[in-house]
Design a protein. Structure first.
Length: 207
């Protein structure tokens, strides 16, 4: 089985990243979003092991000291990290795996891994972003203001990525995201591994 491809997807909170990635995984087989570890408490409806692996601060720090995380970051006073052993197993099993991380995590991944495509998702405007944050009805006014400030910082790093998607119309943004992943599966090095017998036969006949 061919190994899968690792992708990085980043966006400010409220840009629609999570909804887009959920739809992407539903439409494209052998694609999944890496489930991060976090020290923040679960939000209503979140399930441990499905949305996040929820853990205590001491447990997270112990795993960090043991080198268990490919990347980690502190966001709004909480830690988030990607398990290296789990990720390596998923890629070896042939899954395209998405790291749904911020720009800090993306920089850490690039320092240790080569050729990881990065995708940045932008909202169509700051007013739209604020409206989406308020529509979630999960945060108070102070948190919303903090998220808007963080969004400006996050969006200033879009130039560090390979692809840029503006999520103004959901289906259009989803089609663009699908195009990136489908084209990745047609890369020459991927096709060479997938069609070894065919290419060997063509080479023998045409020599």
């Amino acid at each position: 089985m061919n190994p899968g491809q690792l992708y990085i997807v980043s966006a400010p909170s409220g840009a629609g990243k999570t909804s887009l990635l959920k739809a992407l995984c539903e439409r494209l087989e052998r694609t999944l979003v890496s489930v991060s570890h976090t020290t923040r408490p679960p939000r209503p409806g979140e399930v441990d092991g499905t949305h996040y692996h929820f853990c205590s601060v001491p447990a997270f720090r112990q795993a960090l000291e043991q080198g268990a995380f490919l990347e980690y970051a502190e966001v709004f006073g909480n830690y988030y990290g990607t398990s290296r052993p789990v990720l390596e197993r998923q890629l070896a099993d042939g899954y395209d795996v998405i790291l749904e991380i911020d720009w800090q995590g993306a920089q850490q991944v690039r320092e240790v891994l080569d050729r990881v495509p990065g995708i940045f998702i932008l909202p169509p405007g700051m007013d739209a972003l604020e409206a989406r944050l308020r529509a979630r009805a999960q945060d108070d006014e102070a948190v919303i203001r903090k998220r808007m400030l963080a969004a400006c910082s996050e969006m200033s790093h879009f130039g560090e990525y390979d692809y840029l998607i503006v999520n103004e119309h959901f289906e259009t943004a989803l089609d663009e995201l699908l195009a990136i992943f489908r084209s990745g599966r047609l890369r020459l090095e991927v096709q060479r591994q997938r069609h070894v017998q065919l290419l060997t036969t063509i080479g023998a006949v045409c020599d």
